[in-house]
Design a protein around this ligand. Sequence first.
Ligand SMILES: Nc1ncnc2c1ncn2[C@@H]1O[C@H](COP(=O)(O)OP(=O)(O)OP(=O)(O)O)[C@@H](O)[C@H]1O
Ligand SMILES: [Mg+2]
Length: 350
Amino acid sequence: MATENGLPETGQAETADYPLVGQHPSIVKLRELIDKVAATDVTVLITGESGVGKEVVARTIHARASRRNGPFVPVNCAAIPHELLESEMFGHERGAFSGAAGARGGLFLTANGGTIFLDEIGEMPLALQAKLLRVLEDGAVRPVGADRWTPVNVRVIAASNTDLPAAVKKGAFREDLFYRLQVLPIVIPPLRERRSDIPILIEHFLARMRARMPGRTWTVSREAMVQLWSYDWPGNVRELEHMIERLVILSENGEIHAGLLPPNLAPDTRWTDARPPAELSASGINLTALVRELEGRMINEALKQTGGNKQAAARLLGLKRTTFAAKLRRCGVIAVEPRRADQRQPKGPA
Ligand SMILES: Nc1ncnc2c1ncn2[C@@H]1O[C@H](COP(=O)(O)OP(=O)(O)OP(=O)(O)O)[C@@H](O)[C@H]1O
Ligand SMILES: [Mg+2]
């Protein structure tokens, strides 16, 4: 179903502050997996490139679990100095080390009854990895300097954007801990492998901006959408999110047009006029991007020439109507221009 903007619905999960938006089959599957995982207490390892949504998934698991009313405690293992990480996680006794004036409970105790999210687990020092393994196995923590174990009821979700199996091979990550965490692996694909979610995420971020700035609306031009769609998003959803915030600020009369996009999003400048290069230069080309770009341009052009009539546009391109419709969905270009009242509908299903 489409929203009033003509954009598809976001299909988001119910976690209000950290919604998991997307309808790509990989995200639909991910939601199913989240539901299964949330019904259990097993340890989960979430992997994926930077900005793909690992924390969003961790929060969604917690929000759907029976322990949802307990705390969700994120710990960035890369941000805490190695020598402090153990006492941060497990607490310490008074005088356990210089500077430990009073006893402290630690983050595992803070997370009691809830979930601890160990982000960037690959950065955890080896000695601490061994201690974490014991905690996972025994369900108890031992504060630094203490000789007693304190039972904790904490669900552990870990995340990594580095290649943990490679770290295991190098001896930088414990194999036994890896397998303990890996009981249920969740892999989040990069955004460029689920491009059909780009327009959906854009609509989600625009809706959030509308909520922040009541009365304002923005539309994305077809050409801008094609470029946003074609870009590879190395920083994934986070990069897209920041781009939309930036484009909203730069927009003119509520229009986000291609001219506002930074140069690195522009289609390959070695290839203008929608004409493929005559020869393959020594530096090579990105054939996939080239083909995608050509498709996007031709679809746009055909729609322009036929006043938005999809059947006629398909004929112009020598495509079956269903093939054309599939390409259109893949490009997401149709989603961006709200249908004009004066525009005639082609007969039959579009
Ligand atoms: N599917 C999604 N729907 C809506 N927002 C998303 C989605 N995925 C990611 N985001 C947003 O993108 C940003 C990055 O997400 P998140 O912090 O979960 O990524 P990450 O994989 O943990 O990144 P990093 O590896 O850099 O820690 C956040 O602002 C998050 O809200
Ligand atoms: Mg993160």
